[in-house]
Structures are given as C-alpha cells and as structure tokens.
Write a protein that binds this ligand. Structure first.
Ligand SMILES: [Zn+2]
Length: 246
C-alpha cells in the first residue's frame, strides 16, 4: 500500500501556494484508526484516511502541510496506469523504463527483435510477440547492468570501496543486496525506476560493503555519499510494489 504516515520526519514542507483541500484530495475515509495518513493510488487518486470524528479543519490543516508531498506523489503516480499490473505487449501498450512510460510499437522487422530509442520508444518485431516478455527482460537486465556499473565505478573509486562481483537478479521485492564477501546483486526491475532512484540503490548497496547492517554508521555513510538520498528513495517507496510484472 502506498501511503504517507503523518510522522514529523516525513516531507512536511509547505508549498508556497495555498490550495483548497478539494483540489488536493479525492476522498476522505474515516475509520477506527489513531492517526491520519494520505494514500496516493496508481493513476493519481488521493485518499486521506482519518480517525472517526476528525474535524474537517484538522484534516484541512494536515493536507495543507503535506501539499508538496501530495503534488509530487500525484505527479509520479499519474504516470503509472492503475490497469497496468501485468505487462501488455499489444501495439500501443506502454513500457516502463527509467521512470517513464514509453509506447510499444509492433513492427515488421527490427534488429534483435526489440529496440528502444527515445524518439520512437519501444519497437517489437510482430512475429516475435510470443518472446516479448523475454526480450523486454533481457533489455532490462542489460540496462540495469550498464547503468549500475557506471555508478559503481564512479562511487567506488571516489569512496575507496571494493566490489568483488556484480549480478543482475529477478528479485521482486529487493532492489539490491550485498553479500558477506561484497558481491553486489541488483534486480533488473531497477531499469523501470527513475535514474536518480537507481543511483540511490547503488549507493545504498555500496555503503553495505563497509557496513553490513543498517546502523547509524551505515546511514551516515549513505548521507555522506549522497546527501539527498531521502528524496531519491521516495519514488521507490511510492511505486516500488506497483511495478508491472513481466
Ligand atoms: Zn540495506
């Protein structure tokens, strides 16, 4: 589920403009809960969950405080169609790549069966439609390996870190992991997420080569390597479990 809890630590900045509550949210759901929370669904629907009997004023205030976060979350979730749970491969279907949805075109012939470029999006050879899932998976794998390698080289040399091995996995719930011997694993699903979030995952796993835990020292190193890491991981928290299955 994608919701923001009303903790003080969360992005609580107030936007420079004052929007009416009804412009920001679509629905208020009251229940036997103790705190308020905001949930943004794929497609961009915004729901506020509030304890029974909460006054409109209180909700209004809460929503206003979170207006920046809501705007950003909505922006991202709108790009993710609520229907796209299982990846489709028909002409005109959309494929997620680096945080954007690209159009899929079925064509008569294309080198390798599948091609991507920023002008035309994805092109898939019609008579290889039954291999579509494998072709896109391979594309994601290669892209993940390529992009992750660039960041590993960059950060490892700058911070004096050593990586023994790099593997691309099909993990669904883990973006990355670091073995006891400092081999790094990354899910091919990272090719679906925005580049700045992918870069965060690389930094996170690289920091594990020095601290094999989530201690304060670990998070200190992450923050040193990437001061804006909290902003970058937001997309993963919001959309991570809603990516289409291939
Ligand atoms: Zn970790």
């Amino acid at each position: 589920m994608l919701h923001l809890r009303s903790d003080k630590n969360d992005a609580g900045e107030i936007c420079g403009y004052n929007q009416e509550m009804h412009e920001l949210i679509d629905e208020i759901k009251y229940s036997q809960r103790k705190t308020m929370a905001i949930e943004v669904k794929p497609g961009g629907k915004v729901i506020v969950r509030a304890p029974k009997g909460t006054r409109k004023n209180t909700i209004q205030q809460f929503v206003q405080q979170k207006s920046c976060w809501i705007a950003q979350a909505k922006d991202r979730m709108i790009k993710i169609s609520p229907a796209e749970v299982k990846q489709q491969y028909h002409d005109g279907a959309q494929i997620l790549y680096l945080g954007h949805l690209w159009k899929l075109q079925l064509v008569d012939k294309v080198k390798g069966g599948l091609k991507f470029n920023a002008e035309e999006g994805f092109q898939l050879q019609k008579d290889r439609l039954d291999e579509a899932a494998d072709l896109i998976k391979n594309f994601y794998r290669e892209e993940t390996r390529r992009l992750v390698s660039v960041y590993i080289d960059q950060y490892a040399s700058k911070w004096g870190l050593k990586v023994i091995d790099l593997r691309i996995t099909s993990a669904k719930t883990r973006w990355g992991s670091c073995s006891a011997k400092n081999g790094l694993n990354f899910s091919y699903r990272l090719a679906m997420v925005p580049l700045d979030a992918l870069e965060y995952v690389v930094v996170h796993e690289l920091a594990h080569t020095r601290h094999h835990n989530h201690s304060t020292a670990f998070w200190g190193l992450v923050a040193q390597m990437m001061p804006d890491f909290k902003k970058r991981r937001q997309w993963l928290k919001l959309n991570g479990r809603k990516l289409p299955s291939i």
